[in-house]
Design a protein around this ligand. Structure first.
Ligand SMILES: Nc1ncnc2c1ncn2[C@@H]1O[C@H](COP(=O)(O)OP(=O)(O)O)[C@@H](O)[C@H]1O
Ligand SMILES: [Mg+2]
Length: 287
């Protein structure tokens, strides 16, 4: 009876531990216009459809457009938070299916150079907020700018979006290099967007990993590809995300696979976490 009670208490502790640490994932890129916002929005919605609580945070300070892709018209944005006029909770709005959105401050280039303490204060506010969610998806800006890197280097998981174009690949490499140099333990995975076939996407991951292995002695994960698909640009014009408007499109099915990849990662992580926890507990009980 004692062993049973103990096992139950352990299980509860493990579950609580798992629940209270959501995954904060930054979606970034080296080059602009490669599909970060579309990936972030549609991936966030896919995770909501899979039953997770998700907040999508538009952290592209220069070119915030999560709200546009979602067809939302927020009254307040991140700019209000960064100016100190509103709290993070006050700017949060409802997107489709119960997705929560933190709208970005569009065109606030002056804020792209905020002092470090404001950003840190903001990240702290976000960390309090994250307790209510399973996933915090952050759509960042592109390139190696200070504000972009502040977000990318503050999280444990990064998705780097690239297209097969050599310019995008080179810039993706530059971004990954900085992340790995500064934070070798960050989990980085690539998303190959606008590919003509899955093997085109495989090629993107292979090329990047070849160079990373040679010059950085590291490799990154491959979260999957998104096919070049007219429904993406159509959904942007219609301001309705393609996983909702065109659920059976190639792009939508691609996002589904990427969500499965991420959820597979959760499972592996939790298994390791739980196993590590039990092992530690076991050795302590034996002392
Ligand atoms: N898989 C795709 N297939 C076709 N067009 C795409 C795809 N992904 C992105 N696009 C096009 O590229 C544009 C830029 O994408 P966006 O997500 O805004 O990029 P970023 O956030 O990186 O600047 C979109 O408006 C869309 O027209
Ligand atoms: Mg964008």
């Amino acid at each position: 009876m004692f062993m049973g009670d103990q096992a139950e208490a352990l299980r509860r502790m493990v579950n609580r531990k798992t629940r209270s640490k959501p995954r904060v994932i930054a979606v970034t890129s080296g080059k602009g216009g490669v599909g970060k916002t579309n990936v972030s929005v549609n991936l966030a919605l896919k995770l909501v459809q899979s039953g997770y609580k998700v907040v999508l945070f538009d952290a592209d300070l220069g070119l915030a457009n999560v709200d546009i892709v979602l067809g939302l018209a927020p009254a307040f944005t991140l700019a209000d938070v960064l100016k100190g006029n509103k709290s993070v909770e006050e700017i949060m709005i409802d997107g489709p299916l119960g997705l929560k959105v933190l709208p970005g401050g569009s065109g606030v280039y002056d804020l792209a150079n905020l002092s470090q303490w404001r950003l840190q204060e903001f990240i702290n506010a976000l960390m309090v907020l994250e307790r209510n969610f399973d996933f915090v998806i952050i759509d960042t800006g592109a390139g190696l700018h200070k504000t972009v890197l502040s977000f990318v280097l503050s999280v444990e998981e990064v998705l780097v979006v690239t297209t097969p174009e050599p310019t995008a690949l080179t810039d993706a490499y530059g971004m990954i290099k900085v992340i790995k140099q500064q934070n070798p333990n960050t989990s980085v995975s690539i998303i190959a967007n606008m590919v003509s076939s899955p093997s085109d996407g495989d090629g993107v991951a292979r090329k990047l990993n070849l160079v990373l292995k040679q010059f950085m002695n590291c490799e990154v994960g491959y979260a999957g590809c998104v096919m070049l698909d007219d429904s993406v640009s159509r959904s942007v014009v219609e301001q309705s995300p393609f996983v909702l408007s065109y659920p059976s499109s190639l792009a939508s099915r691609s996002i589904d696979k990427i969500a499965q990849y991420l959820l597979g990662e959760t499972k592996r992580r939790n298994e390791t976490g739980i196993r590590a926890f039990f092992n530690k507990m076991y050795s302590l009980l034996q002392k």
